[in-house]
Ligand binder design. Structure first.
Ligand code: SF4
Length: 319
């Protein structure tokens, strides 16, 4: 039997080489350089940034620091696109426009809003805005930042009604918040935005951020002045804090999965003798509460007058 020619062996080896050395690095590169259609965000104040950390804004808009994101961060960040695609498909035959841009006027011309959809709702051509949010915990009442973002979208696009659709892509939980344009809220929010915009543009501005859960995924963590003033944790304690952070994350995910199963099976209570565990989901009766978002934006004077900080306690947050 004749020996195969050397050239065949070389070709065989070549054909086994993967086409992409690493799909993850290709994705990271492509997604970091994608055009998200929002233009240069350092030149305007986006409606979604109303309650963003001021120091992070200063690094991005004034220092114009551009940061690459890891693929892990990009996957989390771009979940919103999946939610939008789902809603677009669900709109079926409706006449709609995606990514609609609104702009502030006169002294507010640096404000821009990008609503996910504007949808024609009747024969007169009346439109509503639809804004989509993906989140790991769908709240029962609208978050303050979502509320003010949609009010600015309605104000700049001159559309009177909106729906904010929040969904959890892991569990399928969702809430639909219906909003009506409120001129007072719009004006007060624009004023707040202008104060922030003017502040970060002052030449002697000393950045002052707001530490919170967003710090964990913030691109400016390493140069953050706010965090620099923090004390250093000894390694041993830092490891404990890191472990606790992971446990809390896992706990949240486990709770979501168990609840999703109980919902699907329509169980209130179920047990496993093998694992010595009982899961009990007891319905709680609702309670009355003040709508702080409405109070703050629609009645700012009353808000200042009646809201007090009481009962000073300590709370441990780990980001
Ligand atoms: S790390 Fe936190 S405080 Fe610092 S810029 Fe980022 S979000 Fe703001």
């Amino acid at each position: 039997m004749s020996k195969p020619e050397q050239v065949d062996v070389v070709e065989h080896t070549e054909s086994r080489k993967p086409k992409f050395p690493s799909l993850a690095s290709l994705m990271e590169e492509t997604l970091n350089n994608r055009d998200n259609g929002l233009g240069d965000r350092s030149l305007y104040f986006g409606a979604s940034e109303i309650l963003s950390c001021e120091e992070a804004m200063w690094h991005a808009k004034i220092r114009k620091v551009k940061k690459r994101r890891s693929l892990k961060e990009l996957i989390v960040l771009l979940r919103g696109n999946i939610g939008e695609a789902l809603v677009a498909e669900g709109l079926g035959e409706a006449i709609f426009e995606p990514q609609v841009e609104g702009k502030g006027v006169d002294e507010y011309d640096f404000i821009k809003s990008h609503a996910d959809f504007s949808v024609v709702v009747n024969k007169n051509g009346e439109k509503i805005i639809i804004e989509v949010k993906t989140t790991n915990s769908v709240p029962k009442s609208i978050r303050e930042s979502w509320f003010s973002q949609v009010q600015v979208q309605m104000g700049t696009l001159k559309i009177k009604k909106a729906i904010l659709f929040a969904m959890n892509l892991n569990t399928g939980d969702y809430e639909e918040f219906r909003l009506t344009f409120n001129q007072t809220v719009f004006e007060n929010t624009q004023k707040l935005i202008k104060e922030k915009w003017d502040r970060i543009h002052q030449p002697d501005y000393v950045p002052k951020g707001e530490c919170g859960p967003l710090c964990a995924s913030c691109s400016f963590k390493l140069e953050c002045n706010t965090l620099k003033t923090d004390k250093k944790l000894p390694d041993e304690i830092a490891e404990m804090a890191k472990r606790l952070k992971e446990i809390k994350k896992e706990q949240k995910l486990l709770e979501e999965n168990i609840k999703a199963f109980m919902d699907m099976a329509s169980y209130n209570r179920a047990k496993s003798e093998k694992h010595d565990v009982i899961v009990d989901i007891s319905p709680r009766s609702g309670y009355e509460q003040i709508d702080f978002v409405k109070l703050r934006f629609e009645y700012p004077e009353v808000y200042k007058d009646v809201v007090r900080r009481v009962g000073k306690t300590t709370a441990m947050n780990i980001y």
